[in-house]
Write a protein that binds this ligand. Structure first.
Ligand code: 4GN
Length: 233
């Protein structure tokens, strides 16, 4: 999969993906991430990307032209019109289900806004989908774009160890993860639940499923309600 990020801060995006698991996915050729500075596409001498809003009001808006020309450049590079996402507090809140769907696409382009936002006509012309990572406002769309890219990257085949991918199934089945423990078996007077030391795989699986249910009821009862709506087991 290839992800292109349109941003005023390309270095911020590129360095993040050279690290950690996403970096591994890039090195393994499972993921390509390119960050493009749309300032490079500004049609004026001073390379400006923003201007004042018609009708007045505080702040500046991103002009349509540099972003559109940058988008066309990316389309030409990849030889088609890719799915275009604008990170925005006005978007639909990102879910694991949507992440999984997006991970099936061959290409995604993500636009990161700044200031008071973007000229509405640009959104009408090239944005397919507005996505929000939650109901709060940040100074720019870069962090949300990085969140989306990371979430999509870990769903790509072979990016996670297969064991992790299996654990993931239980999460996007709509339950929270069961509690986990590692060595030592006793720490500060606290022991590990007996069943986990038993080596009895069926009992362990049953215990974990029950813990996942209990924990979801305790911490996120809203998820249980949604699971019933979806007809999950
Ligand atoms: C997205 C963008 C939050 C989100 C953003 C989010 C940049 N903040 N919840 N900030 O996913 C107005 C125009 C704010 C750009 C935008």
């Amino acid at each position: 999969m290839r992800i292109d990020i349109l941003t005023l801060f390309p270095e911020m995006c590129e360095t993040v993906f050279m690290e950690s698991i996403t970096g591994r996915a890039v090195k393994a050729g499972k993921l390509e991430v390119f960050a493009h500075n749309f300032r490079d596409f500004s049609d004026n001498r001073h390379r400006t990307v923003d201007d004042t809003p018609y009708g007045g009001g505080a702040g500046m808006l991103l002009r349509a032209q540099p972003i559109y020309d940058c988008f066309v450049h990316v389309c030409e590079q990849i030889g088609k019109r890719p799915h275009m996402i604008y990170m925005s507090p006005q978007g639909k809140t990102l879910t694991q289900r949507r992440v999984r769907e997006l991970s099936q696409l061959e290409n995604i382009v993500i636009l990161c806004g700044h200031y008071e936002g973007v000229d509405e006509r640009l959104i009408e012309k090239i944005v397919d989908e507005e996505v929000s990572i939650g109901d709060y406002v940040l100074t720019g769309g870069e962090l949300p774009a990085l969140v989306l890219t990371d979430a999509v990257a870990r769903m790509l085949p072979g990016v996670l160890a297969s064991e992790d991918a299996f654990v993931e199934e239980s999460h996007y089945g709509g339950l929270l993860e069961y509690p986990q423990y590692t060595k030592p078996a006793e720490w500060m007077g606290r022991t590990v639940p007996e069943v986990l030391l038993s080596g009895h795989h069926a009992n362990i699986a049953a215990w974990r499923h029950k813990q996942a249910l209990l924990r979801t009821r305790e911490k996120r009862p809203d998820l249980l309600a949604k699971r019933e709506e979806n007809g999950d087991e």
